[in-house]
Structure formats: structure tokens, C-alpha cells
Design a protein around this ligand. Structure first.
Ligand code: RVP
Length: 502
């Protein structure tokens, strides 16, 4: 006879946290959200961690290079989507790895033979007043001079004047050599009262420009997630089909961590994929597995060598797997059970395997619930899809803007490898929808607010770190009436009243 669970499976909205004693030192400024992302032994620390417990979903509509750069700058991590050709994915990873905060590739360049008219036209087009003068007018040509608005008088200097006649020539310029740190570049900027410092290589070819204002921005990102070479960290999705070719390309491109992207990770294909990668690279390449929703599946992937395990089936905002196939589990119950299995595995083996709650985060407080239930970090799709940095189009919808957001199991993404049934390279039926989400602006602005809420809740729970929250949290199930009590009730909201009265 089939096995029946005694309890229904639950989702985040069915739980609330109870406050614990808040001591005086328990204030948001003292909360540290650092969290492990790969397995480690008792008494040691994880070789990789996040500075904030959020990663962006392995999805075409979410994790491109722009998202990866901005999220890593804020302390989190993106997993570049796997549903694209290997070369294209590796190129995205490379571009994130070669990004240097504060070092920008010059986008306004001319040659000494151009004229002031060209300078004015370019300035009008780009909005930038600093123009690098190189031998071939390219961003990486030999640097011969620089032009800023201080070098000419608009309306006075004849527009046909050649750039070489009014530019600041290389011999009179202050510049930095490639390899300089941002802090050293900043010292030169201050010492010489510059607005912009060009960085050149040994052959005097222009590499980057460092602007004074960018250094200030860097200072505003103290949580930046960097590797040991001070490059931004980035993850990448893989599948169980072409991993023999995809993994070496991603490793070569510099990916810091991989994750098998599968809607159901409890399979021999996934076991084999993880085990092969761990053996081939002698544990050096970090790879997570999933998705799972129960103890057995977690232990199975733990045995394969997974560095972290992702939890969640059918809870994603764009996911219709439960409707289509009738598989899945309430996200809260899945996280609670897998976290227990993780702790049990740790007690037995001395190896801690972080778990990631993936999908179904609707409100910011759901993130704290997931962490309190034992998740070490959470993966979000819808949340990040709303921001400028997601790779999709922003479209006007009535008086508002929306961004496109589609599931990997939709016909639009055609990520057949994620919904692997080994019956060819196609999706037999959809498990995801194509949708829109309300546009919400810049990632950083939204993230700051979300993190402020997370920290504040943690203080209510008397926890300054995620492990402390996991240990101390007290959670209660809520009845539907308690839920109603939790939002504004039995009042006429001013906004609605004003609308009715007008
Ligand atoms: P959400 O944050 O609720 O939008 O969920 C994102 C998650 O949904 C992804 O990380 C992935 O696990 C899952 N997903 C992605 N595509 C689909 C689908 O088409 N069914 N589901």
C-alpha cells in the first residue's frame, strides 16, 4: 500500500515567528548575514560563503551577467542560466569575472585627428565629458591623450580644431599601471586632484578608466562577494546531459560554484553527474544538487558528494508542475524535513551540507522563515526578475511598468534538460508559465529594504547570526483567521477611502 504522510504539507504563509528576548546589543547594525554555501567538516569553516543569504534563480529571465555583477556587489550570488549554448554561458561567466568594480572600459574614445565638433557630438551622445584619445579611437588603443570639458571653450574654440591641438597629451597625464588596486588608484586620484585616472598596460594601451565617483560607490558596497583574486564571484547552472563538456568550459571561464539545475534531483542521473564532477576535479570544483523535498533525496545527494542541496518542487511563482504532474510539497514542510536530515547527517558524519530553499518566496518575511526553518540561503526568481538588472524587457502596462518573467519549463525557455525524461531534446508539456511581474526599479534599493526587514526580524528573535536564528527560532502554525488578523482589518484604508470619496 502507498505511504501516506500524517500531516499536510505546509507553506511559509502558514507560519509565524514568536519573538524571543531582545538584548540591548541585538540591533540591526550588529546582525551578520554571512552564511556557508558549500559543505565543510565539523570544526572548520565553509570554503565558500555568501555575505547575504540570497542567490538568484538559474533562469533565463533572471540570471544574466548584469544581475550577477550587481548581486555579487551586494554580497549575494547569481547562478547564470544553463539553458543556453555552452559557449554563451561561459562568456557570461567570463564577463562577470573580468568585471572590476570601479574600473570601467572607456566608452567615449576618439583619435587626435578628430575635431572639436566630433568631441561635442560624442559628449552629447554619451553624456560623458571625459574622452580618451587613442591611436585608433578604440577603447583599448594606445593612449595618446585625454579630453575633458576643461580643455576647450564651447562657442570660442573653433569646432574644426583638431583634438591633438587641445587635448592633454600623454606626456602631461597622470596614469596608473594595470594591476593597480582600486584603493591605490584612488590615492593617485586624490593626490593629483583628478576626476579620472586612466589605467594602461605595458604597451601604453588603455585598459580602464577609474572615476572618482566610482570609488565612492565601491565604498558603499562593503559586502561585495569577492574571490581570492578580488574578482566578483559567480555561479552557473549545469544539467545532467552535457555536463562532460559544459563543466570544463565553465570552470575555465572562472565559475566559482556550479549547481545541477533540475526540477527533480532524486535521480541516478543527478547522482552520477555530481559524483563524476567531484571525482574528476578531486573536490576542487564545487557543485550543488537538487531539487529535493524530503529526507531520503537529501541523503542520496549528500552521498553523491553534493556541496549544497537545493529544496523545493512546485512552489515557484511561475511553476505549474503540481498542476501538471501532481508532484511537489509545501515549501515550508520540505525545508523543515530536509534541514532535519542535514542536521542528522552532520551529527553522524561531521559534515555540514548547506541547504537552499528555492522558490515560493512571496513576502520578505518568508526569507526569515526559510532561514529559521533551517535553510542556509534562499534562491529567488520572481523577486529578482522585477529589477532593472534582470535580462528581460521592461514594458508599459497601463499606468505602470512590468518586466517579463517566464519559467524554465515554459515553451519560451524550452529548458528540456531541467525536466529530464531522457526522451529527446524537447518538452512534451509545459511545467511553467510565461508572465509579467511589476517593475520595481534597482536591485540595490529593493535589497536594502529586504535586508533591513530580515535583520529587524532577527533582532526580534534575539539572533545576530543565521546559525543563532536557526537554533533559537520559535515558530507557530497560524489558522486562517490568525492570518486575516495579521493584515489591516476592520478599518477603512485611507487610500481606498480617498478613492471612494473623490
Ligand atoms: P520564484 O522565486 O517563486 O519565482 O521561484 C523560482 C524558482 O522556480 C526557480 O529557482 C526554480 O526552482 C523554479 N522554476 C523555474 N522555472 C520553473 C518552471 O517553469 N516550472 N520553475
Amino acid at each position: 500500500m502507498a505511504y501516506f504522510y500524517d500531516e499536510p504539507s505546509r507553506t511559509f504563509s502558514e507560519y509565524l515567528l514568536l519573538p524571543n528576548l531582545t538584548t540591548k546589543d541585538c540591533v540591526p547594525e550588529n546582525v551578520n548575514l554571512k552564511t556557508p554555501i558549500v559543505r565543510f567538516k565539523r570544526g572548520e569553516t565553509s570554503p565558500l560563503h555568501l555575505n547575504i543569504p540570497l542567490v538568484s534563480a538559474i533562469m533565463q529571465a533572471v540570471s544574466g551577467e548584469r544581475m550577477a555583477i550587481e548581486l555579487a556587489r551586494c554580497g549575494g550570488l547569481s547562478f547564470i542560466y544553463a539553458s543556453q549554448p555552452i559557449e554563451a554561458q561561459a562568456e557570461m561567466v567570463k564577463r562577470v569575472k573580468s568585471y572590476k568594480a570601479g574600473f570601467v572600459v572607456s566608452d567615449s574614445n576618439l583619435t587626435p585627428e578628430h575635431t572639436l565638433a566630433d568631441v561635442l557630438a560624442l559628449t552629447a551622445k554619451t553624456g560623458h565629458s571625459t574622452i580618451a584619445i587613442t591611436d585608433d579611437g578604440s577603447p583599448n588603443g594606445k593612449l595618446l591623450g585625454i579630453v575633458t570639458s576643461r580643455d576647450y571653450r564651447k562657442g570660442r574654440t573653433p569646432v574644426e580644431t583638431k583634438v591633438k591641438e587641445f587635448m592633454t597629451p600623454f606626456s602631461e597625464m597622470v596614469y596608473g599601471k594595470d594591476g593597480l588596486t582600486l584603493s591605490e588608484a584612488n590615492d593617485l586620484i586624490w593626490e593629483h586632484k583628478l576626476n579620472c585616472l586612466p589605467i594602461i598596460d605595458e604597451e601604453q594601451r588603455l585598459k580602464y578608466l577609474v572615476f572618482r565617483k566610482d570609488y565612492t560607490a565601491h565604498k558603499e558596497n562593503p559586502l561585495e562577494l569577492l574571490d581570492q583574486h578580488k574578482r566578483l564571484m559567480v555561479g552557473a547552472g549545469i544539467n545532467t546531459r552535457d555536463y562532460h563538456d559544459r563543466v570544463p568550459a565553465l570552470v575555465e571561464a572562472g565559475a566559482d560554484i556550479l549547481c545541477v539545475d533540475s526540477s527533480d534531483g532524486y535521480s541516478e542521473w543527478q547522482f552520477e553527474t555530481i559524483k563524476t564532477i567531484k571525482e574528476k576535479y578531486r573536490g576542487e570544483v564545487k557543485v550543488g544538487g537538487g531539487n529535493v523535498v524530503d529526507r531520503e533525496a537529501f541523503l542520496y545527494l549528500a552521498e553523491a558528494g553534493a556541496d549544497f542541496v537545493k529544496v523545493g518542487i512546485g512552489g515557484g511563482s511561475i511553476c505549474i508542475t503540481r498542476e501538471q504532474k501532481g508532484i511537489g510539497r509545501g515549501q515550508a514542510t520540505a525545508v523543515i524535513e530536509v534541514a532535519k536530515a542535514r542536521d542528522e547527517y552532520f551529527d553522524r558524519t561531521g559534515i555540514y551540507i548547506p541547504i537552499c530553499s528555492d522558490g515560493g518566496i512571496v513576502h520578505d518575511y518568508h526569507i526569515v522563515l526559510a532561514l529559521a526553518m533551517g535553510a542556509d540561503f534562499v534562491m529567488l526568481g520572481r523577486y529578482f526578475a522585477r529589477f532593472d538588472e534582470s535580462p528581460t524587457r521592461k514594458i508599459r502596462h497601463g499606468m505602470n511598468y512590468v518586466k517579463e518573467y517566464w519559467g524554465e519549463g515554459s515553451n519560451r525557455a524550452r529548458n528540456w534538460a531541467r525536466y529530464d525524461h531522457r526522451d529527446g531534446e524537447h518538452l512534451t508539456f509545459e511545467e511553467g508559465v510565461d508572465s509579467y511581474v511589476p517593475y520595481a526599479g534597482k536591485l540595490k534599493d529593493n535589497l536594502d529594504l529586504t535586508l533591513a526587514k530580515i535583520k529587524s526580524t532577527m533582532c526580534n528573535c534575539g539572533a545576530l547570526t543565521i546559525p543563532e536564528l536557526q537554533k533559537k527560532a520559535r515558530l507557530t502554525l497560524v489558522s486562517p483567521l490568525t492570518l486575516r488578523e495579521g493584515s489591516a482589518h476592520d478599518v477603512i484604508l485611507r487610500k481606498e477611502a480617498e478613492h471612494d470619496f473623490s
